[in-house]
Design a protein around this ligand. Structure first.
Ligand SMILES: [Zn+2]
Ligand SMILES: [Zn+2]
Length: 554
């Protein structure tokens, strides 16, 4: 029968051939005796496999006094000591030292001592303190070998109960439970529970969850085993879990990975294989420790990536700015070059180029060239036609004028310059004598003497101003001599305009302008119209029709 040549105990490297595994001293391997196979198997904290007759255990796991290295032979009256070539085991030897496993699994060898055991099971003897205690003189070894059945456990479970624990039979006497009492948030709670079923199988609970810490037996045969198990569980604490954060990012990634779950009771993430209980000197179980590391790595990687992205964006922005600055420099140089070339061009050449353009465009072009050739646009002289075009443009849209001027589309005079010119123009109410003179100049043929008077009202922005040149208020209602005394003080909001237009001829000339507050009364309008017609007819004109607003047919 072939047998294994290495040690069965987890973590032990005796018998392995690799160099790193080679122990410093040679040690012997022992096969488990058939009758003690289950005793050895239960003593060795290994869950994945049961000990068989083929397996071996090395001498490191036995008490030194149980490994017999020499034989003593009595020769006559003398005792002769002969060293053995191959050590043998004492008949009581059971593996109990596990140097590569947590220290609580190694059963310390204590000298036999007086142990005090509580006699809780007999209610009769629980009357006085003296009677409660009796001295157990039996040695540790006999205790180890004392087998325990379920019935024994039912009777003596209260004796086996460690301090701060309670025990109870339940589920129709099919299970014996040992619970550890803990005070949490002013409540007495059972956090850890060990239940032993009728077939002596052990189940561990931690907060209603079945847990299986490493290297705790799943089945018990001996009373001492149960004591060791309970004291081991008593010395353990709940696994602290992997992390205390439950962020959205973690929820998304961790639930997807199915590596862990969030413990709502303890506010922490746990690995799916969380051992639940850990030795008191450790914070968390091995699975949770690894899980925590994975979480930390992923979090760090995320942060690093975010930093990298930010830096990349900054770098791209900086490069764009540099490129744009370079472009701007190039454009400036080009503009300077073109300016020089324009200055060097003879004037008649430019005139030849633009001679085909309309008059206004020629004017605009000339002004642009003139502005390019002077060092500063301040104090530049403009032609009258161009100033008039600029004034009309500014009246039509001040915003468009500002835009064109600011972005240098055209050589436009400043706002103040235009205002200076516009202040010269006087807008007065009544029939304008200048307009009548203009009409007289314009009317050349007899056919132009027949015309039409058009009158219309224009909505004006209300505003009364005091004119310091005429020392009069402007912006009040004005119908010349027809203004009533009540109307005189009202601010005007409508302009009443009278125009003359000949039947033949493509021109219209404003004749008179009045200011009114709201609609003009009919009798006032009649008087004004009559006055305008009389003024026009005095110029040898024949007004045939008067109408409100311009008709499209004209
Ligand atoms: Zn070993
Ligand atoms: Zn854990």
């Amino acid at each position: 029968m072939s047998r294994n040549t290495h040690c069965f105990v987890p973590g032990c490297k005796s018998g392995y051939s690799t160099k790193s595994a080679q122990p410093t001293t040679k040690c012997s391997l022992f096969k488990a005796p058939d009758q003690k196979l289950s005793l050895w198997s239960n003593a060795i904290p290994r869950l994945d496999r049961q000990l068989t007759v083929k397996d071996c255990v090395c001498e490191l796991h036995f008490r030194p006094e149980h490994v017999i290295q020499e034989d003593k032979i009595c020769v006559g009256n003398d005792v002769v000591v002969l060293p053995r070539q191959r050590p043998r085991l004492h008949e009581d030897a059971v593996p109990c030292i596990f140097p590569n496993l947590p220290h609580y699994l190694t059963k310390e060898h204590k000298l036999p001592r007086r142990t005090i055991v509580k006699h809780c099971c007999s209610a009769a003897s629980a009357s006085t303190d003296d009677e409660l205690l009796h001295v157990d003189e039996s040695s540790n070894d006999t205790c180890t070998s004392k087998q325990i059945t379920y019935n024994d456990l039912q009777e003596s479970h209260k004796c086996l109960c460690p301090p701060d624990w309670f025990s109870k039979t339940g589920d129709g006497d099919s299970v014996v439970c040992f619970g550890k009492l803990v005070v949490e948030n002013n409540h007495l709670k059972v956090v850890t529970c060990v239940s032993v079923s009728r077939d002596m199988k052990v189940t561990l609970f931690c907060r209603d969850r079945i847990v299986q810490p490493v290297s705790l037996p799943v089945k018990i045969t001996y009373e001492q085993e149960l004591r060791t198990l309970l004291s081991a569980v008593d010395g353990m604490k709940e696994c602290g879990g992997a992390s205390g954060h439950n962020t959205e990012y973690q929820q998304a990634s961790l639930i997807k990975s199915r590596l862990g779950w969030y413990d709502e009771c303890r506010f922490t993430w746990r690995h799916v294989n969380c051992a639940g209980l850990v030795p008191s000197h450790l914070g968390r179980c091995l699975a949770c420790r690894r899980f925590r590391k994975i979480m930390q790595t992923s979090y760090r990687r995320k942060q690093v990536n975010a930093g990298r992205k930010r830096k990349r964006a900054q770098y791209i922005r900086a490069r764009k700015v540099v490129a744009l600055k370079k472009r701007m420099m190039r454009f400036r140089q080009t503009v300077q070059l073109l300016r020089k070339r324009v200055q060097q061009q003879p004037k008649d050449v430019v005139q030849n180029y633009i001679s085909d353009l309309p008059q206004v465009q020629q004017s605009a072009f000339k002004h642009c060239i003139r502005q390019a050739s002077v060092r500063s646009a301040k104090g530049m002289r403009y032609q009258n036609e161009w100033l008039l075009s600029c004034m009309i443009l500014r009246i039509k849209s001040p915003k468009a004028y500002n835009h064109l001027r600011e972005h240098q589309f055209l050589a436009l005079p400043a706002k103040s310059t235009l205002q200076r010119y516009m202040d010269v123009v006087r807008a007065e109410c009544g029939i304008s004598s200048e307009s009548l003179e203009l009409i007289q100049q314009k009317v050349v043929t007899n056919s132009e003497r027949h015309g039409i008077v058009i009158f219309d009202k224009i909505k004006l922005r209300m505003g009364v101003k005091f004119d310091i040149r005429t020392l009069k208020f402007s912006g009040l209602v004005s119908f010349d001599e027809f203004t009533s005394s009540s109307d005189r003080k009202l601010p005007a909001d409508y302009g009443l305009v009278f125009m003359y237009r000949p039947f033949l001829g493509a021109w219209t000339q404003t004749v008179a302008m009045f200011l009114s507050h709201g609609p003009t009364r009919t009798n006032t309008l009649q008087k004004l119209l009559t006055k305008v017609i009389v003024a026009l007819e005095s110029l040898d004109l024949w007004v045939c029709i008067f109408t409100l607003r311009v008709l499209t047919c004209f």
